[in-house]
Design a protein around this ligand. Structure first.
Ligand SMILES: Nc1ncnc2c1ncn2[C@@H]1O[C@H](COP(=O)(O)OP(=O)(O)OP(=O)(O)O)[C@@H](O)[C@H]1O
Ligand SMILES: [Mg+2]
Length: 354
């Protein structure tokens, strides 16, 4: 099987022209995030949203062109809508039409405010814990700048397209997964323009063959940016779970994140405290290195539930680094039990939303 390079695919894509604008999609700078790995090709074509529905033919043509390159085994091409970034107008929420996602019963965002507090670790273990009693749970990695869920779930492939043109999610430990990272090469830092990123995010919900899901967990990027606004305005979120570490600097950011979701009327299910204490493997003692009980107090002050605390433990980091999250690889472990107890509370919250 010949090795395929991005240059070869790019060359082939130069034969595809935009029916309205003349010119080919490469010269017109419509091609984004081209990835070629082990014969699998993925890219997106950025188009004006008004033209989106008419351009399925263009997408198909581009896919066929890429497929014609010798050695290419699978191609995933998606249309990305470029549209103005959503504006949040306080006290006067604009009418944003929500996406219709009939097969997905509930959508839970995992957010934090501050980066690096363990959102992705929590999201992945929570999704696995929510699925541990047989319910169907999927996960979306919405972090454009540092996608990490596929790695944590041990997924090494790229998604491909089904015959109907939908993207097939990949499976990690029984959980269907899609990531913004599938659209870019992990080794190549990509600068996404705001509207492009939000367009791609929407496609992770609407253009993926999710099937019937009881819940879809969304791992958010840190902060309160465009992605958060798009998500709260376009996606029918059932609720949000906030992850924080116990120290004030993280809690202050958690507060900001929480208030943003409140402003857009997304129910806040509660706060999970991560890295609550260090569990010393030598003596089993707990060391409250970031202070004791910060997130629990914060939850009380903010009038939201405290969903549970997860300690800082090497096993949690190692297992997710290895693509074997603790809930999947060691379900009887005390931390796995903690994640499952949190999952029960989250299911209760989902049920309460009707
Ligand atoms: N409870 C824990 N015990 C030990 N290590 C942890 C724990 N939670 C997270 N980590 C480790 O901390 C690091 C950051 O975690 P993670 O990537 O989940 O954070 P994040 O909030 O998603 O970060 P980002 O803001 O960059 O998306 C990872 O190496 C992870 O393995
Ligand atoms: Mg993360």
């Amino acid at each position: 099987m010949p090795d395929v390079t991005a240059e070869q695919v790019l060359e082939a894509l130069k034969s595809v022209s935009d029916p309205d604008r003349g010119g080919d999609i490469v010269s017109l700078d419509m091609l984004q995030g081209l990835t070629v790995k082990d014969g699998k090709v993925s890219f997106s074509i950025e188009v004006d949203p008004a033209r989106g529905p008419e351009l399925e033919g263009l997408r198909q043509e581009a896919e066929d062109a890429a497929k014609s390159v010798p050695g290419v085994q699978a191609v995933a091409a998606i249309l990305t809508a470029e549209r103005p970034a959503p504006q949040l107008i306080p006290d006067q929420p604009a009418e944003f039409s929500k996406m219709q996602l009939p097969g997905i019963k509930s959508i839970i965002a995992v957010a934090s405010g501050k980066g690096g507090v363990g959102k992705s670790t929590t999201a992945v273990n929570l999704a696995l814990a929510m699925a541990s009693d047989g319910r169907r749970v999927g996960i979306i990695d919405a972090d454009i700048y540092g996608p990490s869920i596929p790695r944590m779930l041990g997924i090494n492939e790229q998604p491909v397209q089904s015959e109907s043109g939908q993207i097939m999610p990949l499976n990690g430990h029984g959980i269907p997964c899609m990531s913004m990272g599938f659209m870019v090469d992990e080794a190549t830092p990509v600068i996404w323009r705001g509207p492009m990123a939000t367009g791609a995010l929407e496609q992770l919900f609407s253009d993926v063959e999710w099937g019937d899901l009881d819940a879809l967990v969304v791992d958010m990027p840190p902060g309160t940016g465009d992605i958060h606004l798009t998500l709260s305005q376009r996606v029918p979120l059932t609720g949000v779970v906030i992850v924080s570490t116990p120290q004030e600097i993280a809690l202050a950011d958690a507060r900001k994140g929480l208030n943003m979701f409140r402003k857009v009327e997304v129910p806040v299910f509660g706060i999970i405290e991560n890295m609550s204490y260090f569990l010393c493997p030598d003596n089993g003692k707990r060391y409250y290195i970031f202070g004791d009980g910060g997130a629990r107090r914060e939850a009380e002050n903010l009038g939201v539930d405290f969903l549970g605390e997860v300690p800082l433990d090497t096993r949690i980091r190692e297992t997710s680094d290895e693509g074997q999250p603790i809930v999947a690889s060691d379900p009887g472990n005390e931390h796995s039990e903690t994640y499952k107890a949190i999952a029960v509370k989250v299911w209760d919250k989902i049920r309460a939303q009707g």
